[in-house]
Design a binder for this molecule. Structure first.
Ligand SMILES: Nc1ncnc2c1ncn2[C@@H]1O[C@H](COP(=O)(O)OP(=O)(O)OP(=O)(O)O)[C@@H](O)[C@H]1O
Length: 279
């Protein structure tokens, strides 16, 4: 993963009615009629998405379908053509959300020439976290024994854990992780998903992208994307039951089969679940 924490200076008490963002009921993320262009590419041409709180939500779809762009919109790093993106009721990227939302980008965003402890303390200091909090997080992500090791000398899975500790140091309520398990072996991936599940049980909303469809089975909710559209907003059980497929990859292919047959465009009469999901 390699995360940069979107968690910077806190703005306590700046949410609706004086409560911090995330303390009020309602979805974690609400996206309405979102249009985004990147360069000459129209990535989103009017999508609507809602992400519930406290769940692990998988954002799954093939490379280039728009996962990173959607995450960038949610953390406030993406220029929008039109539409709204609200996180815990606040405009994405706005000041009250700075410590509430953390973003683990693709690509390295921790310092290889610092130790694990130095990285977590450094990013912690930026958000006013104590050294004790940094130590707790190093233990939480299972890197107690590597705390004094340079990040450059860690394995890929361990670097991902450092990034996760850095992303968590501001105590976010929404953690957005862009392909955190890419390139990792199955055992390490399973360990990381266990860690994500533990964070979700603590009440942190987790939005995790992957282009490996089987990772769907680790999620509470699924947003399946293709070509800048949400082709299903579902759960792993419903996805398998409704498509009759044996695994998530086959289910995804079953979902997009009608439009593939129609030459890559949405089919004229999509199944009810796709029509609903693609609103
Ligand atoms: N800076 C840019 N300029 C032009 N087009 C871009 C730019 N960044 C992304 N795109 C295009 O936007 C589309 C969505 O890209 P995005 O990175 O969101 O996809 P993704 O699903 O995250 O892919 P991956 O799984 O490979 O990371 C792609 O067609 C991509 O080529």
């Amino acid at each position: 993963m390699n995360s940069s924490s979107g968690a910077h200076a806190a703005e306590p008490g700046s949410g609706p009615a004086g409560a911090p963002p995330g303390a009020e009921p309602g979805p974690a993320v609400e996206i309405r009629d979102l249009h985004v262009r990147r360069g000459r590419t129209t990535v989103f041409d009017g999508i609507d998405v809602e992400i519930p709180r406290g769940a692990i939500v998988g954002l799954l779809g093939p490379s280039g379908c728009g996962k990173t762009t959607l995450m960038r919109a949610i953390v406030g790093a993406q220029k929008l053509r039109s539409g709204t993106v609200r996180v815990f009721g606040e405009t994405a990227g706005s000041r009250p959300l700075r410590r509430v939302v953390a973003y683990g980008t693709q690509g390295a965003a921790v310092y290889g020439d610092l130790t694990v402890r130095q990285n977590v303390r450094y990013f912690g200091a930026l958000v006013g976290a104590s050294r004790a909090a940094a130590e707790r997080l190093i233990e939480r992500v299972g890197l107690g024994e590597q705390a004094e090791q340079l990040v450059a000398s860690l394995s890929g899975g361990q670097v991902t854990r450092v990034s996760l500790a850095v992303a968590l140091v501001g105590e976010p309520r929404l953690l957005v992780l862009d392909e955190p398990t890419v390139g990792l072996d199955p055992v390490i991936r399973a360990d990381l998903w266990d860690l994500f599940a533990g964070l979700a049980r603590q009440g942190i909303t987790m939005l995790v992208s992957s282009h490996v469809m089987d990772e769907a089975l680790h999620c509470d909710r699924l947003l399946l994307m293709r070509d800048g559209r949400i082709v299903a907003d579902t759960t792993p059980d419903r996805l398998l039951a409704e498509t009759g497929a044996r695994d998530p990859e086959a289910a995804f292919l079953a979902l997009v089969a009608p439009e593939r047959a129609a030459g890559g465009r949405p089919a004229q009469d999509p199944p009810a679940d796709r029509a609903e999901a693609g609103r």
